[in-house]
Design a protein around this ligand. Structure first.
Ligand SMILES: Nc1ncnc2c1ncn2[C@@H]1O[C@H](COP(=O)(O)OP(=O)(O)OP(=O)(O)O)[C@@H](O)[C@H]1O
Ligand SMILES: Nc1ccn([C@@H]2O[C@H](COP(=O)(O)O)[C@@H](O)[C@H]2O)c(=O)n1
Length: 208
């Protein structure tokens, strides 16, 4: 079974993807890390706005070396969103995502375009969201917990800016797939959100 989970920044899709993957014993790919890694490479080169550099970084990305702890910063979230708007970067990352999704038994992938572009035939599709304020609160708590010195207002501004850029871009914009089920987690804790996500996936598995 392939489970596709999309949604805006800090909506909780990664948390749900990890839990669903553990529940069903499926491999999980957080595709945001791919774009964050490309962003990190071109940022270090001082070439964030250079499309050719970003495409080359995507083409030669060492997926085995991705380090979530160093990639999940506010700065790299913004850099990821810049390089992710480049069609060439997205094209360079297509094949590895397709191969991940095609593993025997299936996989769980989360990102922005999983249900629409990467896995349009996924058996279960969720579009996970929450209000920008709730998402910013959660992300702010997470970043502070990891030692980043950042204000809530800056996190909220970053989330709004990234949502806007991710939704407005021409290449694989953030949009709910027609056959995805919307899950708003604004008023749900993690356990409640997981129960709701599991019910959605189980309904799809049963064909309802
Ligand atoms: N329902 C929830 N209630 C409270 N906190 C939550 C909930 N879901 C997720 N969180 C917390 O919110 C933060 C963001 O969640 P998560 O990383 O899963 O979001 P995401 O959508 O994958 O983010 P990104 O777009 O950056 O990849 C994490 O610290 C996570 O523990
Ligand atoms: N399938 C995807 C996944 C991510 N992006 C872009 O990367 C940025 C960072 O993603 P996070 O999930 O780690 O927050 C995100 O803002 C998108 O611009 C993408 O385009 N497609």
């Amino acid at each position: 079974m392939v489970i596709a989970i999309d949604g805006p920044a800090a909506s909780g899709k990664g948390t749900l993807a990890r839990r669903l993957a553990a529940y069903y014993g499926l491999p999980h790919l957080d595709t945001g890390l791919l774009y964050r890694a490309v962003g990190a490479i071109v940022l270090a080169q001082g070439r964030l706005q250079d499309e050719a550099a970003a495409v080359e970084a995507a083409r030669t990305l060492d997926v085995a070396a991705l380090d979530p702890d160093t990639l999940r910063t506010a700065e790299l979230g913004e850099a990821a969103s810049v390089v992710a708007a480049r069609g060439g970067v997205r094209a360079a990352l297509l094949d590895l995502q397709h191969r991940f999704a095609a593993q025997p038994g299936g996989a769980v992938l989360d990102g922005r375009d999983i249900g629409t572009v990467i896995c349009p035939k996924a058996q279960a599709k969720l579009f996970v969201t929450a209000t920008p304020e709730v998402r910013a609160e959660r992300r702010h708590r997470e970043l502070i917990g990891r030692g980043e010195d950042i204000a809530y207002a800056a996190v909220l501004a970053d989330i709004r800016k990234r949502d806007e850029r991710d939704s407005a871009r021409a290449a694989a914009p953030l949009v709910q797939a027609d056959d995805a089920v919307l899950l708003d987690t604004s008023a749900l804790d993690i356990a409640q959100a997981f129960e709701a996500a599991l019910a959605i996936v189980e309904a799809r598995r049963r064909g309802s």
